[in-house]
Design a protein around this ligand. Structure first.
Ligand SMILES: Nc1nc2c(c(=O)[nH]1)N[C@H]1C(S)=C(S)[C@@H](COP(=O)(O)O)O[C@H]1N2
Ligand SMILES: [Mo]
Length: 364
């Protein structure tokens, strides 16, 4: 299918998936950069009821539920009453690369561009919770944003996290991405950042934080974003669907090619730098291996600068093909726990794809 590129409010040319709600994919070439620029950072909204503008002066982040002190904080309060915190982290949609599942599955037909690496600045959620003085018995925290369902038929987008994770000192409320205010389409003015976890938890236009003494039962935790339980890589098969499901959580180890791109032509007897990124849920990448013969033999790629355990890691491999023709390249990452990528993977919702990536290039 041919890509549709569009320029929308505050964004440069991106791949259009849907325009209402806005769903935009980042062109692959930007993944050569350490940080994905805000004006091409992917966009994913579930509900079409998005505010067109948000007044920073009247906006308040409300913290309530099982706390001694309910809070209503302005963005200015977050900037002045707390110690700023910055972390580099990859934000990857659970459905990134869904279009490559075979057999195909319904949902946004993303290629590999439903992710981005950014420097997030804001306040640790644990600091906000300390100010609100959480009472004993807290079990989960739910997070809601300003977006609303256009009709009552779709449930509002609300997500929850286990209390201990939410309070771990890394989960944060970001008011800046790559040193600037967040674009409206990426959740201005505040986005929850959950390093290492799929982006479905990174609630944008975050307006309500609710400390709960029980399990949250909302639609977006109990019916959507479920993966097969206790199965490696969230795997199941169309003729034997998993019976036990659980909410998606930490990201699987993965690597992708960034350059060359599919169908690019490279020169024989010359060296081409094959480049890409690798990442996992925050344990750290141990090695990236490349095959240039369809998976028969593997060679180690060079890992580039470490931007932090929750960020992606660029890698590079010098490839000098001697013969003309088509080459089948493969890339496979392994993290420090020895976890690696499967040869084949499928699930009904097209989540957490991390199958070993294949790239076919022409040598001339
Ligand atoms: N309020 C709100 N937050 C949300 C969503 C949403 O629909 N509403 N979508 C989630 C999903 S599924 C993804 S992949 C990320 C996308 O973040 P981005 O639009 O900044 O790329 O936001 C998450 N946070
Ligand atoms: Mo997503």
């Amino acid at each position: 299918m041919k890509d549709t590129l569009v320029k929308t409010a505050g964004k440069d040319s991106m791949l259009l998936l849907t325009d209402r709600p806005p769903n935009l994919e980042t062109p692959l070439k930007y993944f050569l950069l350490d940080y994905t620029p805000n004006n091409v950072f992917f966009v994913r909204w579930h509900l079409a009821g998005l505010p067109a503008t948000i007044d920073k002066d009247t906006f308040r982040l409300r913290i309530g539920g099982n706390v001694m002190q309910q809070l209503a904080l302005s963005v200015e309060d977050l900037k002045t009453k707390f110690t700023p915190y910055t972390i580099n982290a990859l934000c990857q949609c659970a459905g990134n690369s869904r279009s490559f599942f075979d057999p195909r599955v319904p949902g946004g037909q993303w290629k590999n561009g439903a992710m981005g690496n950014a420097k997030w600045t804001g306040v640790k959620l644990s600091d906000i919770l300390a100010m609100a003085k959480v009472k004993s018995g807290a079990k989960e925290i739910s997070f809601n944003g300003l977006d609303r369902p256009p009709m009552d038929s779709t449930p509002d987008f609300v997500k929850s996290l286990p209390f201990d994770l939410a309070n771990n000192g890394e989960v944060m409320v970001a008011y800046e991405m790559n040193g600037e205010a967040l674009p409206l389409l990426n959740g201005y003015p505040l986005k929850l950042v959950v390093p290492g976890w799929y982006a479905t938890y990174w609630v944008g236009m975050l307006s309500d934080i609710n400390v709960l003494t029980d399990t949250f039962n909302g639609f977006w935790m109990k019916k959507a974003y479920l993966i097969p339980k206790d199965r490696a890589n969230g795997n199941e098969s169309p003729d034997s669907l998993a019976k036990n499901m659980q909410p998606i959580n930490k990201m699987d180890v993965r690597s992708i090619f960034v350059s060359p791109e599919p169908n690019d032509v490279i020169a024989a007897s010359k060296t081409t730098d094959i480049r890409g990124v690798a990442f996992d849920g925050g344990d750290g990448i141990q090695k990236v291996e490349i095959s240039t013969d369809g998976g028969k033999t593997w060679n180690v790629a060079t890992l580039e600068k470490n931007l932090g355990k929750y960020a992606w890691r660029h890698w590079r491999y010098a490839f000098t093909p001697l013969q003309k023709g088509n080459y089948t390249l493969k890339v496979k990452a392994t993290n420090i726990n020895g976890e690696t990528q499967p040869e084949h993977q499928w699930n009904r919702s097209g989540y957490m794809r991390n199958e070993i990536e294949t790239l076919i290039i022409q040598v001339q």
